[in-house]
Design a binder for this molecule. Structure first.
Ligand code: SF4
Length: 188
C-alpha cells in the first residue's frame, strides 16, 4: 500500500511546491529586482511559514519571458566553479540519470524557424543563451571552418520546453518526438 501511495504524496508535494513559487518570475519582471525579490522572499519564506499553505494570489506576467533578456555587453560574465559531484553535477551525468531515450533516425523535433538567426542576431547580442538555459546541453555552439554555428543534440532533450519560450526571437519550435521518447526517471 505504501508503495502505491508514496508516488501520489510526492506528486502532491510537487504541486504544493510549484503553487508556492508560481509568482517568482512575474514578481521580478513586474516589480524589478529589489521589490520583486523581496516579494518572493515574503511569499516563499514568510507566508508559507506563517500560514502553512501556498499563497492564494497570482501575479500575472504581462511580458514574454524572453523579452527580458539583457544584451551581453550590459551584464558581467559569470565564471561558475566546476561541479563537485556531491552537491553540483555536470549536465551529461544528470541527463544520464534521467534515462532519456529517443527512437533513432527520427527527424529533429527541435526546429529553427530561421537558421541564420543564431549567427546573425543571437550570438552577437546574447552569446546564444540556449547553450546555458537548456538543462540537457542540447544546444552547443561549434565552429565549422572558422564560422560559429548551432549544433542541436536533440536526443538528449528532456522536453521541458524552455527553449520554446525562452529563445530571444521565439525562433525555436519544440514538437513532440516520434515514439513518445524522453526522460524516464527510474528513481523517482
Ligand atoms: S525542451 Fe528543454 S531540454 Fe529540450 S532542448 Fe529545449 S530546453 Fe533543452
Amino acid at each position: 500500500m505504501r508503495r502505491i501511495i508514496k508516488p501520489y504524496l510526492k506528486r502532491l508535494g510537487s504541486i504544493k511546491n510549484s503553487a508556492t513559487h508560481k509568482n517568482f518570475g512575474a514578481n521580478l519582471h513586474r516589480f524589478g529586482e529589489p521589490l520583486g525579490g523581496m516579494l518572493n522572499v515574503l511569499e516563499q519564506n514568510v507566508w508559507t511559514r506563517l500560514f502553512k499553505r501556498p499563497i492564494p494570489w497570482t501575479v500575472t506576467d504581462t511580458n514574454d519571458d524572453h523579452s527580458h533578456l539583457a544584451h551581453k555587453a550590459s551584464v558581467p560574465s559569470i565564471s561558475y566553479p566546476k561541479p563537485d559531484g556531491v552537491l553540483s553535477f555536470d549536465k551529461p551525468s544528470s541527463v544520464y540519470l534521467s534515462g532519456t531515450q529517443h527512437e533513432e533516425n527520427q527527424p529533429c523535433h527541435l526546429q529553427l524557424l530561421d537558421v541564420n538567426m543564431v549567427t546573425d542576431s543571437h550570438i552577437p547580442q546574447f552569446d546564444e543563451p540556449s547553450q546555458r538555459y537548456c538543462p540537457a546541453g542540447v544546444y552547443e555552439i561549434i565552429e565549422v571552418e572558422g564560422r560559429k554555428q548551432l549544433q542541436i543534440n536533440a536526443t538528449n532533450c528532456l522536453h521541458c520546453k524552455t527553449c520554446d519560450i525562452k529563445d530571444p526571437s521565439a525562433n525555436i519550435k519544440w514538437t513532440p518526438p516520434e515514439g513518445g521518447g524522453g526522460p524516464n526517471y527510474q528513481a523517482m
